[in-house]
Design a protein around this ligand. Structure first.
Ligand SMILES: Nc1ncnc2c1ncn2[C@@H]1O[C@H](COP(=O)(O)OP(=O)(O)OP(=O)(O)O)[C@@H](O)[C@H]1O
Ligand SMILES: [Mg+2]
Length: 372
């Protein structure tokens, strides 16, 4: 029993980027829509989805979650980030993750039919296929081989951008779909990572994908998760403390993890979470937010970018272009170019025409406090 609690304590909250959370909270609808899409006919729009969200909003965690679920639904999954070696990495991932379904073939090294199909055994290509074929042909062979076992192929691309490697994968995907191969694709990226107009072919592909925006998650669900998690490790938290912890997260997934993590760190074993503990928790969590979220996004900005940001912060975190213009006066920087750059950098968003807000919670307070 003791060991179980210890393991639980270590796993419950892990405030690091790119990990697989113990439980993925608050995106049931998004997950369900994607999983239903996998049952749609090959080539349907929902089988090619693009998830967009700011830093720390849970894009990588979502791809991991979808990968696990798709695997249980009969897909072999290749998960990559969109770097230049991506096509090769996708093939390798399929071979690595799919080989366990072909264990029985290892013995049949001399099997002539599988050689004819381009494989020497399992998902390993024959020497000539390896040499002659490019990404699209190899994918086609892999899809056929997986189809023999009744399985599909799901490609997960994180940190999507408009690069040459993306163009190759996008073109291959469209051709594979044209050949009726059971392939699906889920991509994730920053909202403006896909606004680079230089590479219009990739852009057309991305624009045709089903787009899903990942925003803040419900603080009610976060509260329920805190309640369940603390109970499971025998930490006592009153209704007020649970409210306080959930509201302090403001629905931002990374902060949700940080707060849960520090509550466990600062509360004695089988102890009670007090307001004094929560003060310490919030301070530590904000320290990590500063180091891992705010500073990295603010450091590359210019002085004029920062002047505009400070003006938005002084407006209470929501500002209209007209109000900013009035605040900065005629001598201030022209708003439009900075506005565009800051939106592309994921610092601010424009939820409505003419209106600007910060892209993540607490950034406004941080700026006012530190007068950057
Ligand atoms: N829905 C969720 N439920 C529980 N934890 C989550 C959820 N979404 C994200 N997290 C946690 O929040 C943190 C940040 O998530 P993640 O690394 O997926 O963000 P990201 O959007 O990929 O960020 P970046 O743009 O910097 O890559 C991780 O610790 C992750 O486990
Ligand atoms: Mg990520």
């Amino acid at each position: 029993m003791k060991k179980n609690i210890q393991e639980n304590i270590q796993n419950l909250f892990q405030p690091t980027f790119g990990n697989r959370p113990e439980q993925y909270i608050g995106r049931d609808g998004v997950i369900q829509q994607f999983m239903l899409g996998l049952n749609e006919p090959i080539g349907s729009r929902d089988r090619c989805t693009l998830f967009l969200g700011q830093r720390g909003m849970g894009k990588t965690a979502l791809l991991l979650e979808l990968g696990d679920r798709a695997q249980r639904a009969g897909y072999v999954v290749a998960r990559v980030t969109a770097h230049e070696g991506m096509p090769k990495a996708i093939i390798e991932q399929f071979q690595l993750n799919g080989s366990k379904y072909f264990d029985d073939e290892k013995r049949k090294l001399t099997d002539v039919t599988s050689r004819v199909l381009g494989f020497s055994f399992g998902l390993t290509f024959s020497e000539s296929a390896e040499r002659q074929f490019g990404f699209r042909s190899k994918m086609s062979l892999l899809c056929d081989k997986l189809a023999d076992k009744g399985m599909g192929a799901l490609i997960l691309i994180d940190e999507v951008c408009t690069s040459a490697a993306m163009r190759e994968v996008a073109a291959a995907y469209q051709e594979l779909v044209g050949d009726r191969k059971n392939v699906a694709i889920a991509m994730a990226g920053l909202p403006y990572a896909v606004s680079n107009l230089l590479n219009d072919k990739v852009l057309t592909f991305l624009n045709r994908a089903t787009k899903v925006e990942l925003g803040l998650i419900s603080t009610n669900l976060i509260r329920a998760y805190y309640e369940k998690s603390f109970k499971s490790i025998k930490i006592e938290a009153s209704d007020n403390i649970l409210d306080r912890a959930a509201l302090a997260s403001r629905g931002f997934p990374y902060l949700m993890q940080l707060i849960g993590y520090y509550v466990i760190q600062y509360t004695p074993e089988r102890g009670v979470v007090t307001d004094a503990i929560m003060d310490k928790v919030e301070k530590a969590a904000m320290g990590d937010m500063e180091d891992n979220v705010f500073k990295p996004i603010l450091n590359p900005l210019s002085d004029n970018d920062k002047i505009l940001l400070m003006a938005i912060a002084r407006c209470g975190g929501t500002a209209t272009t007209a109000k900013l213009q009035a605040m900065l006066g005629r001598k201030g920087p022209a708003i439009q170019p900075y506005r565009k750059r800051l939106i592309e950098a994921g610092v601010i968003e424009s939820p409505r025409r003419g209106e600007l807000v910060f892209a993540m919670p607490y950034l406004s307070e941080y700026l006012l406090e530190h007068e950057i």
